[in-house]
Ligand binder design. Sequence first.
Ligand SMILES: [Zn+2]
Ligand SMILES: [Zn+2]
Length: 382
Amino acid sequence: MPPSPHAANEPLVPLPEDASEPRLPTKEELKKKEEKELMEEFSGEIVWFNAIGFVILHVLFFIGGVRCLGTITTLYPLTQWKTMFWAFFVGFLSAEGVLMGAHRLYSHKAFKANWKLRALLLFWHTVAGQNCMYIWVRDHRLHHKFSDTNADPHNARRGFWYSHVGWLAMKKHPLIKIKGLTIDMSDIERDPLLMFQKNHYKKLYVLCAIFLPVIVPIYFFDEYWLDALLTVYFTRSIIVLNLTWTVNSAAHLWGTKPYDKNIMPRENKWVGMWAFGEGWHNYHHAFPWDYRAAELAVHHSWTTQLIEFFARIGWAYDLKFASDQMIHRRIQRTGDGTDIHGFHTTKKECHDHIEEAEPHPDESVKANNNHIVSNGSARHRA
Ligand SMILES: [Zn+2]
Ligand SMILES: [Zn+2]
């Protein structure tokens, strides 16, 4: 039987009515998929090497702390007072290497610094031993860009312990690596000092975080080497680490949201007090480029005072901060209604010497026209 003249043009099996050509997903569909991936629940595996390492570090911190307590309570004096003061001094400066250097200067470009201050902050940051500046800044910029999602290295939606220390002892969510590639690090890569620290970090860590701080009490105070090591390295660095971590954990979980109720970071006075002024975290996430990292004078901050000191001697300049109008507009638009000004009505008086820029119509654009002024003239340093 000859084939029908229509057979070549007719499908042998009729296509189902809903069949369609494969197509690329629309922008809307891609956005929804990405949002789902960023927010869906995830539990990573524990990296046992890191977890056991952190346990050992904390045990040694505890032993060092107990030996210091023996001296403080005079029950069994072991560690010398001079060694404890030295540990406090090293701890404070190393914390400022992180808070003033890695956080406000390099992660957020909240002010500029001359080469002397940049070198000093880099040294203090290496003493703190919180990984190289490049990795610290990349993780922190990622934290701000994808706050409290799976692309945030210390996503606080996964609870207190994960955002405090667990993120360093667990396998990273794959999105952290993927979204990490979207972070612009060109400014850090252009800085030869920062790249030197990155390329020689292990050697610099042994020298700056362990050897130099520990050798001082042994050589100058005739301290027993074990007490010098426990107090000035283990106890000091673990205290500073935990103070830094509370900003990622407690200040994302407990407190008020006077500036933006739509984000997780909060104003937490305990963290503010112990982390040298970094606990006013709702404000900080609303205005990350503000060198004060807080609005009010009562939000006491050693870091802010230190930046202002360096501005007075000309080592820091172009300090950025949000104007009062900008802050009030934000409070009215997105705040949770917490009356932060009702109780604390006075602004920080030492800000009188700062020339305030006109508020920018777009709050997301950095107010980068502010200068520290001294004797009536704007001060700039290259
Ligand atoms: Zn945060
Ligand atoms: Zn920040």
